[in-house]
Design a protein around this ligand. Structure first.
Ligand code: TYD
Length: 208
């Protein structure tokens, strides 16, 4: 049966896994099905998001626990802000697609500091909503890094082979540790095939 209630969908993957392209494809697809779609991302454009971006670029130094806590703070704001927060947009009838969410915190900060602490801070927070679906775009870290260096002149602090390898392993730990609905999609195939796989994962939550 068709389910028309607004949905909260998260797109996850390593840096360079093609999230941006697939997210744009998904937005267009849902639009073509007559859905109103709001695309958003983390870190957000809040003051906390700015602190995070300065740390991710290497401009300022933050400990792993500081990063984990800042991401939680930014995520609470992302859920709650009354103008265009996730809750507000869902209440207004939009499907929300979010580029990264608490799975990133557990996979990245969870591999650098205490995993359970990071998991509980996110999952047990009453002001952080659970998504209806998480799509994980899986790709070999070496291919991710090749794509990053082909497309950009600067890199961020986590964009090394060792870090991305640990983070990828940790994503699988995350998916076992949370009870959310997860679709793991292998992104070695061409863009159109990956987009098809994303669409069928999304169709399953709408009953299209
Ligand atoms: P960004 O520049 O948005 O890159 P991408 O397009 O790859 O998402 O960088 C986000 C970075 O922040 C990325 O390296 C993952 C990291 N991150 C965390 O470590 N924890 C988190 O909770 C989130 C949301 C992101």
């Amino acid at each position: 049966m068709k389910d028309v209630t607004p949905k909260f969908i998260v797109m996850e993957g390593l840096d360079g896994s093609g999230k941006t392209t697939q997210l744009a494809r998904l937005e267009a697809y849902l639009g073509s099905r007559g859905r109103r779609v709001f695309v958003t991302r983390e870190p957000t454009s809040s003051v906390t998001g700015g602190l995070l971006r300065d740390a991710l670029s290497g401009e300022s130094r933050r400990s792993d626990c500081e990063m984990a806590a800042l991401f939680v703070l930014d995520r609470i704001y992302h859920n709650q802000n009354p103008i265009c927060g996730i809750n507000k947009m869902l209440a207004d009838g939009y499907d929300v697609i979010c580029d990264r969410y608490y799975y990133s915190s557990m996979a990245y900060q969870g591999s650098m500091t205490d995993f359970e602490w990071v998991r509980r801070m996110n999952i047990d927070c009453p002001e952080i909503r659970r998504p209806d679906l998480c799509i994980f775009l899986d790709l070999d870290p070496r291919v991710c890094l090749e794509r990053i260096s082909a497309n950009r002149t600067t890199t961020e602090i986590y964009e090394t082979e060792d870090t991305l390898t640990a983070v990828r392993q940790n994503y699988y730990r995350v998916f076992d540790a949370v009870e959310d609905r997860i679709a793991v999609i292998d992104t070695t195939a061409d863009i159109d095939s990956v987009a098809d796989a994303v669409r069928s994962a999304v169709n399953s939550i709408f009953g299209f």
